[in-house]
Design a protein around this ligand. Sequence first.
Ligand code: N0T
Length: 529
Amino acid sequence: CHQKQTPASHEAPIPTIAQKNGHTALMVDGAPFLMLGVQANNAANYPSQLPKIWPAVEQLGANTLEIPVAWEQIEPVEGRFDFSWVDTLLGEARAHNTRLVLLWFATWKNTAPAYAPEWVKLDGKRFPHLVDAKGQVTYALSPHSRTTLEADKKAFVALMAHLKEADPQRTVLMVQVENEPGTYKSVRDYSPAAQKLFDGPVPAALAAKFGKQPGTWKETFGADADEYFHAWSVASYIEEVAKAGKAVYPLPMYVNAALRDPTKPQDPLTYASGGPTWNVLDIYRVAAPSIFTAAPDIYSHDGATVVAHMDKYTRPDNPLMIVEIGSSEDFARYVYAAMGKRTLGFAPFGFDFTGYSNWPLGAKVVDAQSIAPFAVNYKALRGIDREWARLAYESDVWGVSEPDDHKSQEIALGRFKLTVSYQEWQFGLKAWDPKGANGIPAGTEKASGGVAVAKLGPDEYLVTGIHARATFDLADPKSANGFQFARVEEGHYKDGKWVFERVWNGDQADWGLNFTDRPVILHVKLATY
Ligand code: N0T
């Protein structure tokens, strides 16, 4: 690489993961960052596609684009690297004022090696495939091949070395190592090499994490042994790749998960076994310390299931970051619940004009109309992204998304409580609208509402939302004569400073604070009388 290096003192700080009081922040340019992102479709990773991507990024108002870098394109011939895609992407992202998350599609892409170069995927002798319980050679690569691991690692290290040179601007914020790793239709690798390890002792650190005496996998983990073994094998492989890459250029690295049922047990033959499903997150924690989180890819159209998925991936040792969520309109509102769980980011999948729609997972058609329900949220949230990220790291935050049944939700705010309700007219006297007689406001028919709240100081909150009413009251009706607003300010942030626009009062405050589809940021001061 012949790129001239910017002197160290002029370089922006490398993005890092900061942790404090059980909270996590993605630090970008030295301050917490909320990724309001979008993921490009698969096969969008060529310069020819970028002109079809930027208009969608812009319509959506995303601050970050997640996009693949394929092993097959950076090392088409073994040992010969080509970073022209990465360089074009970096240049165009900067021109479009958009940060990047690179997705390393290599040994595992939705568990398969499709994105590995031909010299890898056509040579099953040198790069052995996983063998199933019946002795069948499967589509997937074995995680137990030193040769495959070294080859993937070498390419990944080359990518990170290139980025270190080519990106002193820190356009790239993080790297996803592999994509939805694991294996479909075989719980683990049953090749002789794998079997030998399976019959051997469980690594001491793993047994200790589970409070067990290390025996063989079967002795230690019983019915879970096969899946736990595979999770350990895949996570350890990814760890080695990530660790080597970070040694060269230490960007934050994460993995993403094809999800398992969040509430009921599920047979690992029916999902990507060995991937970072919620039941094996402890294994990933021990095996892959270079990976800061496992991020869920959320595609369920059931509201309660979506929230359950988020909860499984929200832990002090696994901060929430939604790197993929469906693009159909029902998913747009979940950004608020995710923010309440201190998510580091949110990214609908497949908003670009490269000509693909992953319906029924997401929208039937990718166009301005399907982007709009996400864009309306980003419009308000882009105005507070830095402030919100700081508050989510240092203060208290809450968020709710409208449930499928449209029922109201409550948020406890110390001596106050906040009720978030939906499908209501702004002038809130319910008696004037006996159940549905006058219909509901246009645009609120389908669940689309949400509210996010952050604590600014004693009894003072930052509030934003969409298609919802936020009604504050005393938590305990006996604690005072009653509730009143001290002041509700509408405004915006400029260079990190609050800019006052007006006070909401009268109709604007008497029936609760009404969020329509207009981007609104409020500072709310609560009081009693
Ligand atoms: C995702 C995407 C892309 C409820 C699907 C989801 C992306 C990968 N896979 O468009 O392929 O690269 O991460 C798998 C969802 C399984 C079905 C869930 C039904």
